[in-house]
Design a protein around this ligand. Structure first.
Ligand code: ANZ
Ligand code: ZN
Length: 848
């Protein structure tokens, strides 16, 4: 063993051994528990950043630990390879998106190997590979067959100068990023996946995810946004025809407080009224210019205009005026609301502005039921200021909880026959009365919208459909899959390259053989990341998923950034249910445990290119080696917390490894242990050291297995190393103890710093690789102490120390304390008032 720690040579040699032995390439085995550990796969943007290094180090540590527990561990890696940056790079540097992507993949793969991550590279996936996306296309057609996908028009950002659709990121201050032209909204036909058909299940089964952070589950609950309400209609007459204005409300109890109705600018009633009202038409047009994102609507200045139409209140028969209001969303509920200014904040502001009447019908304290994430539903009840706020129960999907929370605090007034009823009673009564008139009923709604998957971009998976004038929308036959993305395209930012391509869109109709057009949109890249975890486990040449997928799924531990808390994780959960219902999977949830790692900060803010505060992992690996980088990252903070970068911290990690190496070297060079450890012949010092050793194993096992606090696990090992450095005993027994201790330390640190530990393990006399070794176990007998040191105080001042048997009774301890010469001197002949024995700690003697 060399005296000096040389990380680069060691790491290279050890990685070669792993590569050649293929230790991380796994298959299904009977009689062994599996463990599927997955880190979110990266977008191949060029090179790894520190956030990647952190994410993948955490995953690798968990994987290696599970191996040591005897599990059959799958840890795969791949590339989320489609996306806009490749197209941008192509435009900026004139390199083809495919070349750019595969070059980045090659470089980043080298970096991952250099960091020593134990991946099964046989399962590597690049989502831009036709062997991958062909199954996505295949599955999309299955969903089409089942009616779980459909086409409808939806707005996009359109640059009239470049004649192209822009992604949201390409719109800067309302203008095209390329030519600065004002961006327009354009309605175009697009494909949607019916995620709303699974809304209820996506909500319900969140409850089974015990291994997910509460915060992430709450974000998903809010995103799904289930609400219980009443859908009902106001009858009206227009142009001599009877019609109904449908509204959706979660507060039917306030129906007697309605003083007007408001409809979205895009509502048909608004269009009807605008036909002979140019002023109204102009107002509607103006509203259409501004965005309709929910976030915008929550903050936008509330504006409106009367339609001149009056509807009839379904319970009182009174006339109610209808307004167009810019705060009403066409895409939510019915695109129309009953306005209750006394109890809804938005309605209140609107009524104040336009001098509309306000009628209070509830006598109650104020509660804010608004869900802070959205504009819709932020109609908090407007009432006496200073009311109490109550938190919604997690279980928002139960009528009972919803009602119970609201019910406590309110009764109806000025509501005729409903006076005196509570909130819950009133909703039931109103809903029943509306139902009896055939004008409405109770209704459940979700905030969740169907998932628009069409992108008017080049670097994505082509959507496998063909449009024929005679046959309509025709799926691409299975035998023609994959629909490959053509390589020969012109990327200049104007027009879609697939539309402009001379032959791509020209096809024969698979049904009638006539000339037809191929779809030129590609899939949202979230489609690829919604099922890659399953493909890793069930990789196959001739099926979307091989049977092995049932062995590995669900993923036991999924590690990634909190920024994916909603979309990616929701889509992956949705896809899992789709695959299950197609008979391709047996589980309904993809990820058993979820770990969301914190950000990497430098000088208090997130490392990012735009802030110019990044640290290049490669430079550090070159300078110190992978183990130092891994150790620093795991030592600096627990995985879920943010990690503040520190150069001196990296130095410190390197120094610790050098020190450990030196101590192991000394031990080995001086002959190591010559015989096994003799428990009968231990000195007190040996016993103490051995106790610390086994306490450390117990603590570190808990840190790894239950708490995921690797920083404290490392700290405990550092203390143990310090104790070993101080331990100067050169007896045979001491050498044996040192051997035991170094072996345990090397085992415990090996998931974090696997290369150095591989070498030290060999030097400690183990020819077999440490990746196959078992996690150390605690010797409970080493933990028990047969004697203890207690502090003696006289009148609260430290006056001596005594050693007592660990099992000594209080009376026995007292006797020993008074027998101590030192203590005797301080007591002299003064009468003793009181003796306080704090077990295992101290004895306090109070004298006059
Ligand atoms: C009357 C009312 C009185 C309301 C009151 C609230 C409080 P959630 O809970 O998110 O489902 N609403 C319905 N459709 C709307 C639309 N298209 N655009 C904007 N707002 C709409 O939200 C349901 C509530 O949001 C409904 O209940 C309705 O206002 C409003 F004291 O009706 B409420
Ligand atoms: Zn046809």
């Amino acid at each position: 063993m060399e005296e000096i720690y040389k990380p680069l040579a060691i790491e290279q040699a050890v990685q070669k051994i792993w590569e050649e032995s293929g230790v991380f390439n796994v298959s299904e085995t009977a009689n062994q528990d599996k463990y599927y550990c997955l880190s979110m796969f990266p977008y191949p943007s060029g090179k790894l950043h520190m956030g990647h290094v952190r994410n993948y180090t955490i995953g690798d540590v968990i994987s290696r630990y599970q191996r040591m527990l005897g599990k059959n561990v799958l840890q795969p890696m791949g590339w989320d390879a489609f996306g806009l940056p490749a197209e941008n790079a192509a435009m900026q540097h004139g390199v083809h998106p495919a070349d750019w992507t595969y070059e980045n993949i090659a470089y980043m793969k080298g970096q991952l190997k250099r960091l020593g991550f134990g991946y099964d590279w046989n399962r590597e996936i690049a989502t831009c590979d036709p062997d991958y996306y062909r199954w996505e296309q295949w599955f999309f057609l299955k969903l089409l067959e089942k009616g779980l996908v459909y086409k409808k028009t939806a707005p996009v950002n359109w640059c009239p100068n470049d004649m192209t659709v822009l992604a949201n990121e390409q719109v800067i201050d309302g203008c095209c990023w390329r030519c600065d032209t004002q961006v327009e909204r354009k309605e175009i036909a697009q494909w949607f996946l019916k995620i709303t058909a699974y809304a209820d299940e996506l909500l319900q089964s969140l409850e089974t995810l015990d291994g997910w952070p509460e915060q992430v589950k709450t974000m998903q609950v809010n995103w799904i946004g289930k609400s219980y309400g009443v859908r009902f209609a106001f009858p009206y007459e227009f142009d001599g025809k009877q019609d109904l204005l449908w509204v959706y409300t979660t507060r039917a109890d306030t129906i007697m407080g309605v003083t007007f109705c408001a409809v979205a600018p895009e509502h048909p009633l608004a269009a009807q009224a605008a036909r002979n009202n140019p002023e109204l038409a102009a107002f509607i047009h103006e509203c259409e210019q501004t965005g309709t994102a929910e976030a915008d609507l929550a903050t936008v200045e509330k504006k409106g205009m009367p339609t001149g139409i009056q509807v009839t209140h379904p319970l009182t028969g009174e006339k109610v005026p209808v307004w167009v209001g810019n705060y009403v969303l066409m895409s939510y509920g019915e695109g129309a609301v009953m306005a209750v200014p006394a109890h809804d904040e938005r309605d209140f502001h609107f009524a104040q502005r336009y001098g509309l009447p306000i009628k209070q019908v509830l006598h109650r304290k104020t509660i804010d039921f608004s869900r802070n994430s959205s504009g819709v539903g932020s109609g908090s009840d407007y009432g006496d200021a200073g009311g109490s706020q109550i938190d919604l129960p997690f279980d928002q999907n139960r009528w009972q909880d919803w009602y119970a929370a609201k019910d406590e605090l309110m009764v109806l007034v000025k509501s005729g026959k409903y006076d005196g009823l509570t909130h819950k009673q009133a909703i039931d009564a109103v809903a029943a009365d509306l139902k009896a008139k055939d004008l409405g009923d109770k209704h459940v709604r979700f905030r969740l919208r169907d998932w628009g998957v069409s992108r008017q971009r080049y670097w994505g998976a082509p959507i496998p459909v063909i449009y024929c004038d005679d046959c309509g929308t025709v799926p691409v036959p299975e035998s023609d899959l994959p629909v490959e993305l053509p390589r020969d395209v012109v990327l200049d930012g104007s027009q879609s390259p697939l539309v402009a391509h001379p032959t791509f869109s020209q096809v024969e109709c698979p049904q009638c053989g006539k000339a037809a057009r191929r779809e030129t949109d590609t899939f949202d890249t979230f489609m690829e990341s919604s099922w890659y975890f399953a493909r890793f486990a069930g990789i196959s040449d001739d099926a979307m998923l091989a049977d092995s997928v049932h062995y590995w799924l669900p993923v036991d531990h999924y590690i990634g950034g909190i920024e994916h808390a909603i979309l990616h994780l929701l889509y992956a959960r949705f896809y899992t249910k789709l695959l299950r219902d197609e008979g391709l999977l047996r589980c309904g949830e993809p990820f058993k445990n979820l770990l969301t790692q914190g950000m990497v900060l430098k000088d208090g803010s997130k490392m990012s290119k735009s802030k110019g505060n990044t640290v290049d992992p490669q430079a550090l690996i070159d300078q110190y080696g992978a183990d130092t980088v891994r150790l620093f990252i795991m030592f600096a903070a627990p995985p879920e917390q943010s990690l503040e970068w520190s150069d001196s911290g990296v130095e410190g990690a390197f120094r610790f490894l050098k020190r450990l190496w030196k101590l192991v070297h000394q031990h080995v060079a001086s002959g190591g242990a010559s015989r096994p450890f003799d428990r009968q012949a231990m000195t007190e010092e040996q016993k103490t050291l051995r106790r610390q050793l086994h306490q450390t194993i117990a603590k570190v096992t808990d840190d790894y297995g239950r708490r995921y606090t690797y920083n404290t696990a490392i700290a405990a090992n550092m203390e143990l190393v310090n104790a070993l450095a101080r331990f100067n005993d050169e007896s045979e027994n001491a050498r044996a103890l040192r051997q035991e201790a170094f072996e345990a330390i090397v085992l415990m640190l090996s998931p974090i710093v696997p290369h150095i530990c591989h070498r030290m393990w060999q030097e400690l006399g183990h020819p077999e690789a440490i990746v196959g070794a078992a996690w150390p176990t605690v010797d409970a007998s080493a933990l028990t102490q047969d004697s203890l040191e207690l502090v003696i105080q006289v009148n609260g001042k430290l006056r001596g120390k005594i050693t007592v048997p660990a099992a000594a009774s209080a009376a026995e301890i007292e006797r020993l304390a008074f027998a101590d010469d030192h203590v005797k001197r301080f007591i002299e002949d003064r009468p003793v008032r009181k003796v306080i024995v704090v077990p295992k700690k101290l004895v306090n003697i109070v004298v006059e």
